[in-house]
Design a protein around this ligand. Structure first.
Ligand code: HEC
Length: 104
């Protein structure tokens, strides 16, 4: 049973551990362009644009990668395509760490 649990835990943890762990301070420095739409504190001043503050880092990272690969479509997704086009995996991880560190 214990062995099964350990195997399960490792298997479930894999997709998350495959993500890079970001540096929030570096992410803050890279977030200037994002602030126009998502707010300097991660709270969007525009009602139909999402708040990012306090969101889980792994979710933010996966979302940004999905925009980069144009896998996320519909609504206002195209607005994000240009924002992420030139971001590296490290930039994405740093930005995700920054926004998840903010007070929701
Ligand atoms: C011109 C306005 C604008 C800018 C600048 C912008 N975003 Fe966005 N962002 C949006 C909009 C609009 C959406 C919602 C898109 C949709 O409907 O999928 C969004 C969605 C997101 C999401 C998904 C949130 C969720 O809850 O699923 C993340 C993460 C994100 N943006 C991060 C960033 C980062 C990081 C930057 C800077 C590199 C940035 N955005 C710059 C407008 C912008």
């Amino acid at each position: 049973m214990r062995k099964i649990l350990i195997t399960l835990t490792v298997a479930l943890a894999l997709p998350v551990s495959a993500l890079a762990s970001g540096d929030a301070a570096a992410g803050k420095a890279k977030s200037t362009v994002c602030a126009a739409c998502h707010g300097a504190n991660g709270k969007s001043p525009i009602p139909n644009y999402p708040h990012l503050a306090g969101q889980q880092a792994a979710y933010l990272e996966l979302s940004l990668k999905a925009y980069k690969n144009k896998e996320r479509t519909g609504a206002n997704a195209a607005i994000m395509y240009g924002m992420v086009a030139n971001l590296s995996d490290k930039d994405i991880a740093d930005l995700a760490a920054f926004y998840s560190s903010l007070e929701p």
